[in-house]
Design a protein around this ligand. Sequence first.
Ligand SMILES: Nc1nc2c(c(=O)[nH]1)N[C@H]1C(S)=C(S)[C@@H](COP(=O)(O)OP(=O)(O)OC[C@H]3O[C@@H](n4cnc5c(N)ncnc54)[C@H](O)[C@@H]3O)O[C@H]1N2
Ligand code: MOO
Length: 396
Amino acid sequence: MADLLPLAEAQARLLALAEPLPIERASLIDAAGRWLAADIAAHVDHPFADLSAMDGYAIRFAELPGPWRVTQEVAAGAMPTAPLAPGEAARIFTGAPLAEGADTILIQEEAARDGGTLRLSGEGPPANGAHVRRQGSNFRTGGVVLNAGDRLTPPRIGLAAMAGYAELPVRRRPRVALLSTGDELAPPGAELKPGQIHESNTPMLAALLGSEPANLILHSPICDNFEKLRAAIAAAAADADILVTTGGASVGDHDLVRPALEAAGAKLDFWKVAMKPGKPLMAGRLGDCTVLGLPGNPVSAYVTALLFLKPLIARLGGAADPLPRTVRLPLGQSVPANGPRLDFLRATIADGTVHPLQSQDSGALTALAQADALLLRPPHAPAADTGMFADVLILA
Ligand SMILES: Nc1nc2c(c(=O)[nH]1)N[C@H]1C(S)=C(S)[C@@H](COP(=O)(O)OP(=O)(O)OC[C@H]3O[C@@H](n4cnc5c(N)ncnc54)[C@H](O)[C@@H]3O)O[C@H]1N2
Ligand code: MOO
């Protein structure tokens, strides 16, 4: 096992450990937030015909400035009753189809109606085709509207519905077991005995995954007892696609996760990544389960969950693009030279520039809770001045 793997290599190795889960069909509502498992082609043209984009009158542009005889009325949901003869106009409403022969919409604010006679009262349409949505201009029948691996964001769910789908092929949701470790951990809100702290990693990670398409299995914290930890790991992994432990990942006498994972039968692929926070991260397989051992420090647990756990869920879900995206922003203040690990500085964004926070302690959730973003400082980066551009991971 290599010592201190570069982040990109560690992410690639983790994602290579697991295959996308089996495909199932889900209703549009249930598919939201998952990833499409196959390309989908439109069942219909959209718009299904040339439609009016405004309330007004369907006319021939060449007949401007009129007048016209209004001979029919078409609302959305109905079809024109006849083609437009020369000199005729059709009263029309937004979303309604144009009668054959009509090519342009005169909006009602620029029209004067007197019984069956229509006259121009304003400037009129600027060009032939004004305020008309052409048949198939959004998409055509048989055209691929969404691709395998696309995340089903709310607009894509709407697009799938528009294209004629009520169900979509997606991957089964992964079962994700969360297991924190440490003698010092007491449940949130509990009366603390001397030496204890309140467990915060499980609720934090559960909240992070709340918006991900995963079924969470929350375990009670396990104390630093080798046999109990081994048994808890084996039991949790048997019922999960992903097992996430937090704590006990480092090198101390009470850091038992690595040996307990191995004793439970896990094959570790890597341990220790050249990142800060998050160095003692480990990953491997235990039976059909991918195991991810996150460091216990709360900031380290969160940052590694963003960079490894969320992408792993996306990988099992069939995402084309599972890794988080960074953006480039100018520094709002200078930063010192960096050490040998890729540093993720907790930062705020103000006036379009990024400002690292004072506290960068990986135990201090106050700074992470205040942060809008993580500022990436590559290994051995030289000092950088205000105004220089840097990679930034925006925290939603
Ligand atoms: N001699 C060395 N010591 C440490 C090294 C090292 O390389 N050599 N690495 C440090 C780094 S970096 C990290 S990160 C931590 C991570 O260690 P562990 O994963 O073993 O985490 P623990 O020791 O169990 O806990 C660290 C810290 O976080 C608190 N914690 C743990 N779990 C929770 C939880 N569920 N909720 C809230 N807080 C939690 C725990 O009480 C500790 O304070 O190791 C360094 N040490
Ligand atoms: O890598 Mo640790 O996560 O620096 O605190």
